[in-house]
Design a protein around this ligand. Structure first.
Ligand code: CTP
Ligand code: MG
Length: 242
């Protein structure tokens, strides 16, 4: 039994746009995974943190950026196998799971490179929950905003939604390997619209997925306005260098 990890980093970062962390537009848009923060690519931040809890790591990269992602990881001193991802996150996860050649009893973390700063304590809590008998475990956070139904064509807002009964989902999503493999095999066979997370696929098959406390630092770097916080965290992790 080993603990292994898939880091999904094959997205293009459309919402982040063609921005460098300093706000200037580079000549060639950089895939999100390669956006540098404190001299280290986002994907390398994610991989170096998960290396504290996982013995084997596979990173899925944009097919045209496999070599660049590999170089970024080598530069950061992270040992990981880099493989091309797919057209959707789900397809990228499936490619990563295949490359890991898992034993059914292994534990596998599925983590977004975009959530590069999730503390290792949260990752360890998901692993502990699987060791304790859950089929899978995911970090969640309470929802802070007031929620309502989307407005109709007339602009009139919908019903309020009780946020106390809701949670926002983060990664890593951690499973007994046989559960993750089963979930992705069934999803691929059914050809249903791709899921945005893996716990949803596993839960749909009746697997018992539990929640652990997530962390604010597990936020997903998505838009340019997320970069200042990401840079701030990267600075504090590098010892407060400005
Ligand atoms: N991802 C992936 N393969 C894809 C699409 C997404 O591996 N075909 C990964 C991204 O690299 C990211 C994670 O899934 O780490 C979550 O996706 P998201 O935050 O949406 O990243 P992007 O798809 O890159 O961003 P955008 O949707 O703005 O283009
Ligand atoms: Mg996306």
């Amino acid at each position: 039994m080993t603990v292994a990890a898939v880091i999904t980093a094959a997205g293009s970062g459309t919402r982040l746009g063609a921005h460098s962390p300093d706000g200037t537009a580079p000549k060639v848009p950089v895939p999100k995974a390669l956006v540098p923060l404190e001299g280290r690519a986002l994907v390398a931040w994610a991989a170096s943190r998960i290396a504290d809890v996982a013995e084997r790591i596979v990173v899925t990269a944009p097919p045209l950026a496999v070599d660049a992602v590999r170089s970024a990881l080598v530069e950061a001193g992270v040992d990981a196998l880099v493989v091309p991802g797919g057209d959707t996150r789900q397809a990228s996860v499936a490619a990563g799971l295949r490359a890991l050649m898992l034993d059914p009893d292994d534990i596998v973390l599925i983590h977004d490179a975009a959530r590069a700063f999730q503390p290792t304590e949260v990752m360890a809590a998901t692993i502990d929950a699987v060791h304790a008998g859950a089929d899978g475990a995911i970090p969640v956070l309470p929802v802070v905003d007031t929620l309502i139904g989307a407005p109709g064509p007339d602009g009139v807002i919908g019903d309020p939604v009780d946020r106390e009964g809701l949670r926002a989902v983060q990664t890593p999503q951690t499973f007994r390997a046989r559960v993750a493999l089963d979930a992705h095999r069934v999803a691929e066979a059914h050809g249903t619209p791709p899921a945005t997370d893996d716990a949803t696929l596993a839960r749909a098959l009746g697997h018992r997925i539990v929640a652990v406390d997530g962390h604010e630092w597990g936020f997903k770097v998505t838009r340019p306005s997320d970069l200042p916080l990401a840079r701030h965290i990267a600075q504090s992790l590098s010892g407060g260098r400005a």
